[in-house]
Design a protein around this ligand. Structure first.
Ligand SMILES: Cc1cc2nc3c(=O)[nH]c(=O)nc-3n(C[C@H](O)[C@H](O)[C@H](O)COP(=O)(O)OP(=O)(O)OC[C@H]3O[C@@H](n4cnc5c(N)ncnc54)[C@H](O)[C@@H]3O)c2cc1C
Length: 473
């Protein structure tokens, strides 16, 4: 699907939702303080609660806000064009490595790509000329083609950089503004849309007063690793394209591996996003992954029920207890009771608004009678709610204090925030025991408010260095 068509679809959806899109307006600066952001544009000043810079690889927002943007410098110049030419019959179709670099021809008529390891272009804003394109194609392919017309032409390099944090106070970045890399592997657009999906519902929850600002920090912790992998993926492709014997050998070995079932499965999962797994609490294989588009007995598919932009609790065993739990989240979590014959082992799935699985349980899962070992070891106690993993309180090993379990929808918790600040790793993941019920009353405030008589979340109540964890509800 062409990028222009995707942009048109998204623009149409924004119009449907009544979004005020001001085209042709340039951001020239902004002032951000603790309470709001004032954005200076060619169309006047705009006061807003938050600013999300989606302004591409040369992002003005990123530069003005002073985001760190480390990475690797370019070593190639790449041209992609659709041209009319003579002599093309001698060009091989597909990607071909030569002693001078790499070229590609097809799949559409006239489409050519050249890759030369000559460093970045001296003037990256200079237009691509027919003469330059022809000279590069001749050099890279060794074929004496003549370009007679150019329909489209783009130049890019393998600059690979990524911001270290996707948020600075009230300023956030998404898409190419947060990460740049070469176009090899066709990942940039999907990566940016993934950022937007991840950030959108979190920002909406914070603006709507349904979640604390700390939820926005999970935007970096979830999306930065995905972006870092894409950068490495594009770097590895450039490494395999170098015209030296070592790289050629590497290319052939990787190509052999990619032809195996395991290799193809790995690459497909990484490239289509199925391999992305966010670090959410719980051990079910679906947890943290993009929810599978299950075929349901109501005649639809899971994706059909996610258009509302809310979380969805899919009850696959007609369980009134489960629905009663979800009732506490009415307006934020939709509930759907249906069957799924193709996955009879599944009992329930809680899907976040971005389509990722927050929690899942298999049919027949039973709650343990005794607290499992990891709970006893780490001083985990039950909340007043007392349902499975619901409202579990954990005493982290490094701090000795008591904290609420991460929210199942957003994975935010006070300890996670502190661990990130201090650079230390909190011990989150239980080793065993998937809950038989979705987490109940998550204390990050995404869920229902805690009873007024109970102490607030995040206060240290345990003893350093041992002792039993204490109920914090
Ligand atoms: C040759 C090539 C081929 C590619 N092929 C693929 C592919 O097959 N698949 C894929 O997934 N990705 C592909 N990509 C990558 C993809 O195009 C980008 O990752 C994607 O366009 C990034 O979207 P974005 O919205 O973050 O940034 P952009 O598309 O760059 O959009 C940024 C927008 O912000 C506007 N803007 C900039 N500064 C300001 C300002 N100060 N004020 C107001 N507006 C501003 C710009 O005008 C622009 O409209 C390719 C890229 C290239 C170069």
């Amino acid at each position: 699907m062409a990028q222009q068509d995707i942009e048109q679809l998204l623009g149409g959806r924004a119009d449907e939702l009544g979004v005020d899109v001001r085209r042709g307006v340039e951001l020239t600066g902004f002032d951000a303080d603790d309470g709001a952001v004032t954005v200076w544009t060619s169309g006047g000043a705009i006061r807003a609660g938050w600013l999300v810079g989606c302004d591409g690889g040369r992002s003005t927002v990123r530069k003005l806000a002073g985001f760190e943007f480390p990475g690797t410098d370019p070593e190639i110049t790449c041209h992609q064009a659709v041209v009319e030419m003579t002599g093309a019959e001698d060009l091989k179709v597909g990607w071909t490595a030569t002693d001078a670099g790499v070229y590609a021809h097809g799949p559409m008529p006239g489409r050519v790509v050249t890759v030369e390891f000559d460093g970045p272009s001296a003037d990256r804003d200079a237009p691509v000329t027919t003469e330059d394109l022809q000279a590069r194609l001749r050099r890279a392919s060794g074929v004496d083609v003549t370009i007679t017309g150019v329909r489209t032409a783009t130049r890019f390099t393998d600059h690979a950089r990524q911001v270290t944090e996707y948020r600075k106070g009230r300023v956030l970045l998404a898409g190419d503004a947060a990460h740049v890399h070469s176009a090899f592997g066709s990942q940039g657009l999907s990566l940016g849309i993934g950022d937007a999906m991840n950030l959108g519902w979190k920002l909406a929850a914070v603006i709507g007063g349904r979640a604390p600002e700390g939820l926005l920090d999970t935007y970096t912790s979830e999306r930065h690793p995905v972006g870092a992998w894409v950068l490495d993926w594009t770097r590895s492709q450039v490494a395999a394209m170098r015209p030296d014997p070592q790289s050629r050998a590497l290319r052939e070995i990787v190509s052999d591996l990619a032809g195996t079932v395991v290799g193809t499965t790995y690459l497909t999962a990484r490239l289509n996003g199925a391999g992305v797994r966010y670090d959410l609490p719980g051990e079910h294989p679906l947890t943290g992954r993009s929810a599978p588009d299950l075929e349901l007995t109501d005649g639809g598919r899971l994706a059909d029920h996610l258009h509302g932009g809310r979380a969805l609790l899919l009850d696959l065993t007609d369980d009134p207890g489960l629905r009663a739990l979800a009732a506490g989240y009415a307006g934020r979590v939709d509930t759907l009771t249906a069957g799924c014959p193709s996955r009879p082992e599944l009992a329930a799935v809680l899907v976040r608004p971005d389509g990722f699985t927050a929690w899942a349980a298999d049919a027949g899962a039973r709650r343990r009678r005794r607290r499992p070992g990891w709970q006893r070891r780490w001083g985990v106690v039950r909340s007043a709610g007392g349902r499975g993993d619901a409202g579990l309180i954990r005493r982290s090993r490094w701090a000795g204090d008591v904290n609420c379990a991460p929210c199942p929808l957003c994975s935010w918790s006070s300890t996670m925030a502190r661990a990130r600040e201090s650079g230390r790793r909190a011990l989150w993941e239980p080793r065993r025991a998937a809950p038989a019920r979705p987490p109940h009353r998550p204390w990050c405030e995404c869920g229902p408010a805690p009873p007024a008589t109970r102490p607030a979340c995040g206060r240290t109540r345990g003893r350093r260095g041992g002792g039993r964890g204490r109920t914090h509800v």
